[in-house]
Ligand binder design. Structure first.
Ligand SMILES: Cc1cc2nc3c(=O)[nH]c(=O)nc-3n(C[C@H](O)[C@H](O)[C@H](O)COP(=O)(O)OP(=O)(O)OC[C@H]3O[C@@H](n4cnc5c(N)ncnc54)[C@H](O)[C@@H]3O)c2cc1C
Length: 476
């Protein structure tokens, strides 16, 4: 991901007058080491990441973004883009370079008639949902409200509405982009359509998005949603039942399985806190009555420790997992796509999931399919639509002294799962894992097309602090 580079600060950053003239030009705030607010501004969600940018520019508009791109290009500065600051690899910040911090750009306008929203890149999903739900509308977003809309959309976007309405990037109708040469481009089905294709899954490789336009769908405000818990001791039979149940589940139903120790969440009875459990979380994106009927067999199975599935405001359901993944803890992820939960997959999950040294660690399985599979894959850079599950093994801990055993647990677990996986990868769940994993995310054909697109829009690889797609000459 190119974060190891250390540079002597370029002239403009050493020369206070040069920086002063840049700071006077922009409307936002320019922060250098030592400035008040600098240390706060360089912090991101993953507490493992501790990088010291030479300059952080908190942009408030497109003109600031253009000024940043020009500065980085002219001064040869590494450039990182920060949306919600949630990426586990820490690509939102860099050492010794420029952070284009978009977190203050939080404008959004919903058009209820056309069922679209135009949103700025600093919005988090909770903020986005609040605005769209005011009109009874929503689009597929992440399952934690403090995740940014920008990075999530650009990498694909999975969440509670995906099986009914597709990935977030499938709902990306248009965008506004500042490219590496400082141009401002409108991007849509009819203008710069090649770039729209690349933004639908290709990450932050092609430019800085200053606005996203989304398709919205009717939803809620009440949905049938929540969690049920089974004891980990019954994992094999619960997971086998679950596999058979979801095989015929309608697209309205999205389920997520979480293998972990029950967190001390206020919605869980205190006697369960710390117990090894399987959490089956559900959201039915249709009528509550229909959801009751569809979910009945799942709720009848076995003897759940607790069943907290009930009609709930969609916004509340979206925030359910927030407290279990707070800012500042240490996070290390390993991920894969899986097919159906075969017996060997279940055996491997059961053997490793509850061996995590930290009680905050968890293993999550997102059930995919539905609209993701039926959407035309040719319309997006996002590739793997055939997978049944996205698996994310998440080591979570607080004390830097115990980093090694936590990372080792996730790596060993992943080594066991990887031979059972589809071989693809989801860029938004990748750490700093090298080029082969990025290629695996796109497959050979889309990767070749992406490298050609990169050559067209960013031939010098200015936007390289990401899951990088290097530029390559266009194929004839
Ligand atoms: C707690 C948690 C829960 C999550 N849940 C989900 C989930 O439910 N579904 C899912 O699909 N993913 C999920 N993710 C993964 C998430 O999609 C990625 O972490 C994503 O990168 C977050 O976007 P961000 O804007 O917050 O991140 P940032 O770290 O700010 O950005 C990540 C990268 O995106 C690019 N980028 C950001 N903004 C722009 C922009 N405006 N223009 C161009 N490039 C840009 C840059 O390359 C940047 O380095 C989750 C992550 C966390 C930490």
């Amino acid at each position: 991901m190119g974060h190891t580079q250390t540079l002597v600060a370029p002239a403009i950053l050493r020369d206070p007058t040069g920086l002063a003239s840049f700071a006077a030009e922009i409307r936002g705030m320019a922060l250098r080491p030592g400035d008040q607010g600098y240390d706060e501004a360089r912090k991101i969600w993953n507490g493992m990441i501790n990088r010291r940018p030479a300059l952080i520019v908190r942009c408030v508009g497109t003109a600031d973004v253009i000024a940043c791109v020009k500065l980085a290009r002219e001064e040869g500065l590494p450039l990182a883009i920060r949306g919600g600051g949630h990426n586990v690899a820490g690509s939102a910040v860099c050492d010794d370079g420029l952070v284009v911090d978009l977190s203050a750009m939080k404008g959004i306008e919903v058009d209820p008639g056309r069922r679209t929203a135009r949103a700025q890149p600093g919005l988090l999903w909770g903020e986005f949902d609040r605005e769209t739900q005011a009109f009874g509308l929503a689009t597929t977003g992440g399952i934690v409200t403090h995740t940014g809309i920008a990075g999530l959309t650009l990498g694909g976007g999975i969440g509670w509405l995906m099986r009914r309405h597709g990935l977030t990037c499938d709902n990306l109708a248009a965008a506004s982009v500042v490219t590496a040469d400082g141009r401002f481009l409108r991007v849509g089905e009819r203008e710069n359509a090649d770039l729209l294709w690349g933004l639908r899954g290709g990450g932050g490789n092609f430019g800085i998005v200053t606005a996203f336009k989304y398709h919205l769908h009717s939803l809620g405000p009440q949905v049938l949603a929540g969690v049920m818990l089974h004891p980990a001791e019954r994992a094999p039979e619960v997971l086998r039942f679950y596999r058979d149940y979801i095989a015929t589940a309608p697209e309205e139903l999205t389920t997520i399985v979480n293998l972990r120790r029950a967190p001390p969440a206020p919605f869980l009875p205190p006697h369960l806190h710390g117990r090894a459990v399987i959490i089956i979380a559900v959201c039915y994106a249709g009528s509550v009555e229909e959801g009751e009927r569809i979910l009945a067999p799942l709720r009848r199975f076995g003897e759940p420790l607790v069943d907290l599935i009930r009609p709930t405001p969609y916004i509340a359901h979206q925030g359910m997992f927030d407290a279990s993944v707070p800012h500042g803890m240490h996070y290390y992820w390993k991920s894969d796509y899986l097919g159906s939960l075969s017996d060997p997959i279940i055996d491997a999950l059961v053997a490793h999931a509850w061996q995590a040294p930290s009680p905050s660690s968890y293993t999550i399985l997102f059930h995919l399919g539905g609209a993701i599979r039926r959407t035309d894959g040719a319309a997006t850079a996002f590739e793997d639509r055939s997978a049944e599950h996205a698996l994310n093994i998440n080591a979570v801990w607080t004390d830097a002294q115990v980093t090694e055993p936590n990372i080792t647990w996730a790596r060993n677990f992943w080594q066991r799962m990887h031979p059972l996986s589809t071989g693809g990868a989801y860029v938004n769940f990748l750490g700093d894992e090298g080029e082969a994993r990025v290629q695996a995310a796109y497959g050979p054909d889309k990767y070749a097309r992406l490298t050609a697109l990169k050559q067209k829009y960013d031939p010098t690889n200015l936007f390289r602090l990401n899951q990088n797609i290097p530029p390559a000459p266009e194929r004839r």
